[in-house]
Ligand binder design. Structure first.
Ligand code: PA5
Length: 454
């Protein structure tokens, strides 16, 4: 029961089971299946945001063709493409592109346009340095915002649009600016219509953090030169593998949702997503948004954190091994690397490394993973392990859908609406009041105490 195997992806749960009281996981079986059925029937909280559920199997070949040809136009006419978006409007694309890209692509010359991300912060220095880089570069923009009014993205777009028009002229600029936004409303839609930009629609019923398999993720991924059809096929296969008809014990999404909630109910309040490949860093950022924004509400929700191993074994490793015992780990492991590289033998062996001579770096990495798993389990950290054969579009598509569906089930298991994010509004209201946006009441600020040498 505790070892689920899918053709391409493997979910190992044995090392979490041993931390659970007898019968606990079984008590989540029926609620998890009911939650899954409620998603399917559209009877759950947030049921107006379930468009992601069958996206992989419903995406039309016309849309794929439109995305692919727009991507090709941008690839043919731009040396850089800036993706302007924040939260769900950038993390999915960033995660997949980082996972598939060469670690050092930014240092190499290439036929592909350089993909840059902006509109995800309000840093003057970031924007000034970006503009500094883009001066004289033939760049295009993909402006992504469902609401069409998000401040970070809107400020960035205003600046980039002006620069693009200055450098390429208004009529050429309009051909290399694409908007991905609501079908009718929002400033991004209004500007796109007025200027005549190519547009793609973010479906009403797909929330930002569930939108990577819409043009929000697919267009940037295609511009970067990756195969969106394989990505969708992986997601589609996972959609079938987790269909409502698949029994609990064979259903990876229901099992993952049940296990993480059984651990949560057992006092494990923090889940750490672990990877052993730097390329997966942004997959964790995407995952944190997905689970944090979906579950962290009404005073509830597992806190999603992440680490990159073995790098962070030399920093956070101490806390994980020995700190407060309120954590569990979910490890994403990649079976095989893309390249072959072994440790060279050395006659003098001054560094004492000849015991590793001729071993693959990846074998050493996997032994680091195994050694860490054993140590952490001994230290009281339950371990869930997800492995995929390699980092490619198909397997990443599986992972994306797996995490999305499990997230929907998991949120319903703690009785929250997994598809809203009311808490995100609080900072915006204050920021607008502080900046004097019309219609916002001034804030009463608590005077701050200043420290420092005079
Ligand atoms: O998941 C979400 O809904 C959010 O993270 C949004 O994607 C994010 O706030 C950006 O919103 P918008 O696409 O409206 O600019």
């Amino acid at each position: 029961m505790v070892h689920y195997k899918l053709t391409k992806m493997k979910l190992e749960l044995n090392n979490a089971t041993k931390f659970l009281a007898q019968g606990l996981i079984e008590s989540f079986q029926s609620p998890a299946m009911l939650a899954q059925q409620a998603l399917e029937d559209g009877t759950c909280a947030g049921n107006d945001f379930l468009g992601w559920l069958h996206l992989p199997s419903n995406i039309s070949s016309e849309l794929i063709t439109e995305i692919t040809s727009t991507a090709q136009y941008l690839r043919d006419n731009c040396d850089a493409v800036v993706i302007a978006g924040i939260g769900g409007s950038y993390l999915g694309a960033k995660a997949i592109i980082s996972a598939l890209d060469d670690n050092f692509s930014w240092l190499k010359s290439s036929d592909s346009p350089r993909i840059l991300f902006a509109g995800n912060n309000i840093s003057e220095d970031y924007l000034a340095e970006l503009i500094g880089y883009l001066k004289g570069v033939r760049f295009g923009i993909i402006n992504i915002s469902k609401s069409g009014t998000t401040t970070e993205t809107a400020i960035t777009f205003r600046i980039l649009k002006t620069l693009c028009e200055q450098q390429r002229g208004k009529s050429e600029a309009r051909n290399v600016i694409v908007a991905i936004t609501d079908a009718v409303k929002g400033a991004a839609r209004m500007t796109a219509e007025k200027e005549g930009y190519k547009t793609f629609v973010i479906p009403d019923d797909v929330g930002g953090r569930f939108s990577v398999l819409t043009p929000v993720g697919l267009l940037p991924i295609a511009v970067a030169g990756f195969d969106i059809v394989s990505l969708i096929n992986g997601a589609k296969d996972m959609e079938s593998a987790c269909a409502t008809s698949v029994p609990f014990n064979n259903n990876p999404c229901a099992l993952y949702a049940a296990y993480r909630n059984a651990l949560y109910a057992s006092g494990k309040k923090i889940e750490i997503l672990v990877n052993y490949q730097p390329k997966l860093h942004f997959m964790s950022e995407w995952w944190k948004q997905l689970y944090g924004e979906s579950e962290g509400k009404d005073g509830k929700g597992i806190f999603p954190a992440s680490v990159d191993f073995s790098t962070d074994l030399h920093s956070m490793g101490q806390w994980i091994q020995d700190g407060e015992r309120t954590i569990f780990e979910t490890v994403i492991s990649i079976d095989s690397p893309k390249y072959n590289l072994t440790v060279p033998s050395d006659e003098e062996n001054l560094d004492g490394l000849n015991f590793l001579a001729n071993k693959h770096i990846d074998e050493i990495n996997h032994m680091a993973e195994l050694g860490t798993q054993i140590a952490h389990i001994d230290g009281g950290v339950p371990n869930i392990r997800i492995s995929i054969p390699r980092l490619d579009e198909y397997n990443l598509g599986q992972l994306i859908y797996f995490f999305e569906k499990a997230c929907g089930i998991s949120g319903l298991l703690i009785n929250v609406n997994p598809f809203n994010q009311p808490g995100v509004e609080a900072y915006k209201k204050n920021m607008f009041a502080l900046l004097g946006k019309p219609g916002y009441e001034p804030l009463n600020l608590i005077p701050s105490t200043e420290f420092g040498a005079s």
